[in-house]
Ligand binder design. Structure first.
Ligand code: ASP
Length: 314
C-alpha cells in the first residue's frame, strides 16, 4: 500500500508578540517557502531524506532563522554552525559541528552520511571534507546580520557569561524581531521511510567551541523507521543530557507509547525537570505528527499529503 507523505518543520522555539503582525508574516512566509520545497520533492515520489535536507537548506538560506545566513554569534563574535541528518530506513546519520565557512551545513551533514566513513565531523576537518566534496564555501561574514549583532550585545550587557536561546532575549531587551532559532524538519515519504534534519547557529554568546544538541544524534536529531523521526529546538545542553530525541524513540519502542504521548513524557519527565526550555517536532511511520514545547511558542509548519499546508507559532 502506498503511504501518504507527511512533512513537518520548525523554525525554533520562540514567541512573537501579537502586535508584530508584519514580522509574523515574514516568518510564516519563510516557513512556507521551505515547506513547499520539501513538498515538491515528496510530491514527485522523492525520499524523506531528500525532503528534510532541502527543507532545512531553504531555512538556512533565510536570514530570519538562526541557521546558515542569519546565525547567531558566539562569545568571540564568530559563528559556529552545527547540523545533522538521519535516515530512518538505514539508521545512517551524518553530522557536522563548529563550522563557519560552509554555506549550507545540512548539505555537508548529508555528504558525511552518504560518505559512510564517519558520522560526526567538526571544525577544520568538516570544512576540508566539504571543500573536497565540492560544496559551496563562503566567507564567515556571509552568516552575519545586524540583528544578530544587536542580540549579542544585548546578552553581553545582561551577563557576559550567559548564553541565550535566540528568541529569549527580545522581549526583555526591546529588540526588534528575529529572535527565532534553530531549524529542523521531519518527514515520512510514500515508501514509508522516515528522516530528520536539524541545523543551527546555536545560542547567542555561547562559549567558543560549544556544540549544542542539534548535531548530536539522539539528542536534537533522530530517525528510525520502527518508531519516529524527531528534530528538536531549545537549550541544547538540556536536550543533550536528556538524550531527548532518542528518549522519544525509546518510549515508543520499548514502552509502546504513541508518538504524542512519548513526546509529552520526554518534555515533562526529562527536559523540564532538568530546567530545559524548547520543543520538538516528530512524525511516526503511520503519518501521525506531534509538535510540542514548554517554551511560549515554537515556529512550525506541516503538511499531510492531499491537504493544505499549515503554520503556527503559539
Ligand atoms: N538547540 C540549539 C542549541 O542549543 C539552539 C536552538 O534551538 O535555538 O544549539
Amino acid at each position: 500500500m502506498k503511504n501518504q507523505y507527511v512533512l513537518v518543520l520548525h523554525g525554533g522555539a520562540g514567541t512573537i508578540s501579537p502586535e508584530e503582525i508584519e514580522a509574523e508574516k515574514a516568518y510564516r512566509d519563510g516557513m512556507m517557502v521551505a515547506l513547499n520545497a520539501g513538498i515538491a520533492i515528496l510530491e514527485r515520489g522523492g525520499s524523506a531524506v531528500d525532503a528534510v535536507v532541502e527543507t532545512v537548506r531553504q531555512l538556512e538560506d533565510c536570514p530570519l532563522f538562526n541557521a546558515g545566513h542569519g546565525a547567531v554569534f558566539n562569545e568571540d563574535q564568530r559563528h559556529e554552525l552545527d547540523a545533522a541528518v538521519m535516515d530512518g530506513a538505514t539508521l545512517r546519520a551524518g553530522a557536522i559541528a563548529s563550522v563557519d565557512r560552509i554555506r549550507n551545513p545540512v548539505l555537508t551533514a548529508r555528504e558525511v552520511m552518504d560518505g559512510g566513513r564517519s558520522v560526526f565531523l567538526s571544525a577544520d576537518g568538516a570544512e576540508r571534507f566539504a571543500t573536497e566534496r565540492g560544496l559551496e564555501m563562503v566567507d564567515p561574514g556571509y552568516f552575519s546580520t545586524p540583528l544578530r549583532r544587536l542580540q549579542l550585545e544585548a546578552v553581553r550587557r545582561h551577563d557576559l557569561n550567559s548564553q541565550m536561546l535566540d528568541h529569549a532575549l527580545a522581549p526583555r531587551d526591546g529588540m526588534p524581531d528575529g529572535r527565532f532559532g534553530t531549524v529542523g524538519a521531519v518527514a515520512l515519504d510514500r515508501a514509508g521511510h522516515l528522516a530528520a534534519a536539524t541545523s543551527t547557529g546555536g545560542m547567542t554568546n555561547k562559549q567558543a567551541g560549544r556544540i549544542g544538541d542539534a548535531p548530536v544524534i539522539g539528542a536534537g536529531t533522530y530517525a528510525n523507521d520502527s518508531t519516529c523521526a524527531i528534530s528538536a529546538t531549545g537549550t541544547g545542553e538540556h536536550f543533550i543530557r536528556a538524550c531527548a530525541a532518542h528518549d522519544i524513540h525509546a518510549r515508543m519502542k520499548y514502552g509502546n507509547q504513541p508518538l504524542g504521548q512519548a513526546m509529552a513524557s520526554t518534555i515533562s519527565e526529562t527536559i523540564t525537570p532538568l530546567g530545559g526550555e524548547g520543543g520538538l517536532i516528530g512524525v511516526d511511520g503511520h503519518g501521525n505528527i506531534a509538535m510540542q514545547f514548554n517554551s511560549v511558542g515554537m515556529y512550525r509548519a506541516w503538511v499531510y499529503e492531499g491537504y493544505q499546508p499549515e503554520a503556527a507559532i503559539f
